[in-house]
Design a protein around this ligand. Structure first.
Ligand SMILES: [Zn+2]
Length: 286
């Protein structure tokens, strides 16, 4: 299939998935699994924008991350940093119409009519997941393209965690820091206060979306993709976590976040650190 045919196919698939002109859409995507459109990777963005139309808005996560305990003066957010949330975010950031919020660790990128509304007040004084609340206010949709199993879930879950106060269960979140430039040549230290729960557990939420019949499924190019209404997903996330605040604790014995950084799961910490020390001991012996 040539690239023009693939673009036509993707436009049709996005409509089948439930996208409409004027929608606000947050996308997380694995570009490689969608298929190669052309040499210009901005085509991925423009095809989606074409379906959303002039009145629509495309949003991406352009997170940059923090360092733990160590305050690293080389880790400076100045708005030009590459995102650590994958190629889709970085292609979005390279789009000539892209705007980015100023939150030092969890900035968002947006293109389209409501970009300013979603991004404008998202800075060092704002919660990391507040743009999701704006997307909810716009009755926005959330899509995963090709990363349904490799990077599961919707960011509504993190907003629900914060609204339920579950971020206070993370041990010493302010040990996660980065520097940022607010005024020219002046560095400020940003301390994270609202670290999200373990997103590797978010695949468990899919079953609930299916049961409530809110999960639209289809393909974008060759990529298995899902789409939800942000308000409906949030309501489900909120109810699940309210009923069981430990639902977002994973089973991976090596997960630092779940085994060693939750006040409500401290019983796992000794075994985690003993295992870690044992491995270090064995590796230095060999
Ligand atoms: Zn975990």
């Amino acid at each position: 299939m040539n690239s023009e045919d693939l673009k036509d196919k993707i436009r049709f698939q996005l409509t089948e998935l439930g996208l409409q002109v004027g929608d606000t859409l947050l996308v997380r995507a694995d570009l490689g699994s969608i298929g190669k459109l052309s040499r210009n990777r901005l085509d991925y963005i423009d095809v989606i924008l074409g379906v959303l139309g002039e009145s629509g808005t495309l949003v991406g996560l352009a997170f940059t991350g923090a360092t733990f305990i160590r305050k690293d003066k080389k880790n400076i957010f100045d708005g030009s940093n590459k995102a650590n949330t994958g190629a889709f975010a970085n292609v979005m950031l390279s789009h000539p119409k892209a705007k980015r919020s100023r939150h030092p660790t969890n900035s968002y990128v947006a293109i389209g009519k409501n970009a300013d509304f979603i991004l404008d007040d998202h800075d060092e004084n704002s919660g990391a997941y507040e743009p999701i609340r704006k997307i909810k206010q716009l009755n926005g949709k959330m899509a995963l393209m090709g990363c349904v199993s490799t990077s599961p879930g919707f960011t509504t879950t993190h907003l629900a965690e914060v609204d339920l106060g579950l971020h206070r269960r993370i041990i010493f979140p302010t040990l996660n820091t980065c520097y940022y430039k607010k005024e020219q040549a002046k560095l400020d230290l940003f301390k994270r206060t609202d670290i999200g729960g373990c997103s590797s557990t978010f695949f468990k939420f899919y079953a609930h979306y299916v049961r409530e019949q809110i999960l639209q499924q289809g393909y974008v190019g060759n990529a298995y993709s899902v789409l939800v209404d942000s308000n409906k997903a949030y309501d489900i996330d909120y109810k699940i976590l309210k009923d069981n605040p430990k639902y977002n604790i994973c089973e991976n014995p090596d997960c630092f976040l779940c085994r060693a950084r939750r006040w409500d799961n401290l019983q796992d910490a000794p075994a985690f650190f003993i295992r870690k020390m044992y491995r270090k001991f064995v590796s230095t012996k060999s």
